[in-house]
Design a protein around this ligand. Structure first.
Ligand SMILES: Nc1ncnc2c1ncn2[C@@H]1O[C@H](COP(=O)(O)OP(=O)(O)OP(=O)(O)O)[C@@H](O)[C@H]1O
Length: 328
C-alpha cells in the first residue's frame, strides 16, 4: 500500500515552501529572534517572520498570544529583551516610535487613542509628519509653517471626506461612536503618507452598519500601494480581505498561509478555538467566533484591571466601546 504525502505548498507571495516563518518574495518587514518577557512570562518569542509587501496580512491568534505586544515591539512602543527586525531593509530595533512612524510604518491602537477633548480635525493634524511650527525658531518664523499648516488642513479635509467624517470635523473626538473612532484612527494614520499601515483590531467596537465601509477602506489602502498588517479576531474580516494570514500562539508563530487554507489547518483550529477544535474556522462568521470567545471568557477568572492603561485595560476599554456601540 502506498503512503499518501501532502506535496509542499507554494504561493506567489512566498519564496520556497509555505510554513511558519517562511521567506517572502518581497518582504517589507523581516524579524529575527524577537523575545519579550514580562517577569516569568514570555509574551513574544518569534524566531523568524516576514511580512509581504503590497499585501494585506492578518495576524491572528487566541487572547494573550502576543499579537499586540509584537505590534508594540515592531513600532517602537515597547522594547524587546532581544531580537532584531528591519523595515524596507533598514534596522528598526531600538528606534523610538515617532522615528518609526517617520520612516513610513504607522499603527493604530486597540484602545482608540483619539484625544477625546480635541476636535476631529485637531486629531487629524496631530497625525501629520514633520510639523515645522514645533521648533522654537520655526515658531518665530510664522510664514515658514503657515503654508504647511494650510496644506495639512487641506489634506485632513480630503481624508475626512473620504472616510465620511467631514460632517464631524469640529466635533470632539470623544463624541464619536466606536466605529467612527476606528475610521478616524485610520484617516489620521494616512496623514503621514505611510508605506505600511498596522491596524490593531480595526473591527473591535464597530457597528455592523460600518463594517463593510471599514473593510472597503482597508482594501482601498492596498489599492493605493500600501502594505497592511492587522490584528483581528473577526474571522469574517480575516477571511474576506486578507491575502496572507500569520497565526501566533503563546508568543510564537505557529502557522502561515492564505486564508482559505489556514482556517482549516488543524494546528490553527486547535490553538485558536481550544475546546471547539472540531469546528472549521473558515465556515464561522465573526459573530460565531465572538460567541465562542465569550463562552471561553466566561469560563476563566476575569483579570484584574489597573488604572495605568495597560494592555489588559485597553482590551477592557475596547469592549466598553463595543458595548456602547451595541446600545446605540
Ligand atoms: N505590560 C504588560 N505587563 C505584563 N504582562 C503583559 C503586558 N502586556 C502584555 N502582557 C501579557 O503578555 C501576553 C500577551 O499579551 P498580548 O496583549 O500581546 O496578547 P494578544 O495576542 O494581543 O491578546 P488579545 O487578543 O487578547 O489582545 C499576555 O499574557 C498578557 O497578559
Amino acid at each position: 500500500m502506498s503512503e499518501t504525502t501532502t506535496p509542499p505548498q507554494t504561493h506567489p507571495l512566498v519564496d520556497g515552501t509555505v510554513g511558519p516563518g517562511c521567506k517572502k518574495v518581497d518582504p517589507i518587514v523581516v524579524a529575527d529572534g524577537v523575545v519579550r518577557q514580562f517577569g516569568g512570562l514570555t509574551a513574544v518569542d518569534v524566531e523568524h517572520v516576514e511580512i509581504p509587501r503590497g499585501a494585506i496580512t492578518a495576524l491572528i491568534g487566541p487572547n494573550g498570544a502576543g499579537k499586540t505586544t509584537f505590534f508594540n515591539l515592531l513600532t517602537g512602543f515597547d522594547r524587546p529583551n532581544k531580537g532584531r527586525w528591519s523595515f524596507e531593509g533598514q534596522s528598526l530595533a531600538h528606534m523610538p516610535s515617532h522615528k518609526v512612524a517617520r520612516r513610513g510604518m504607522v499603527r493604530t491602537f486597540q484602545l482608540t487613542k483619539s484625544l477625546g477633548r480635541l476636535t476631529v480635525l485637531q486629531n487629524m493634524l496631530l497625525g501629520a509628519r514633520d510639523q515645522r511650527g514645533e521648533g522654537i525658531f520655526a515658531a518665530i518664523l510664522r510664514p515658514l509653517w503657515k503654508a504647511q499648516e494650510e496644506a495639512n488642513t487641506v489634506k485632513a479635509d480630503t481624508l475626512l471626506a473620504r472616510f465620511k467624517l467631514d460632517a464631524k470635523r469640529e466635533d470632539y473626538a470623544a463624541s464619536l461612536s466606536g466605529g467612527q473612532r476606528k475610521l478616524l484612527e485610520m484617516a489620521r494614520a494616512l496623514m503621514s503618507d505611510p508605506t505600511l499601515v498596522m491596524l490593531d483590531e480595526p473591527m473591535a467596537g464597530v457597528n455592523p452598519a460600518l463594517t463593510q465601509s471599514l473593510l472597503d477602506h482597508v482594501l482601498g489602502l492596498k489599492e493605493e500601494g500600501m502594505t497592511v498588517l492587522f490584528v483581528e479576531h473577526d474571522m469574517h474580516m480575516v477571511r474576506h480581505i486578507s491575502d496572507w494570514v500569520i497565526v501566533m500562539a503563546e508568543g510564537r508563530i505557529v502557522a502561515e498561509g492564505p486564508p482559505e487554507t489556514i482556517m482549516q489547518n488543524q494546528a490553527v483550529v486547535d490553538a485558536y478555538l481550544g475546546a471547539h477544535h472540531d469546528t472549521d474556522l473558515g465556515t464561522l462568521t465573526g459573530q460565531q467566533v465572538a460567541q465562542i470567545h465569550e463562552e471561553a471568557a466566561s469560563e476563566v477568572e476575569p483579570e484584574p484591571s489597573d488604572a495605568q492603561g495597560t494592555t489588559t485595560d485597553a482590551s477592557a476599554d475596547a469592549r466598553t466601546d463595543a458595548d456602547r456601540e451595541g446600545e446605540r
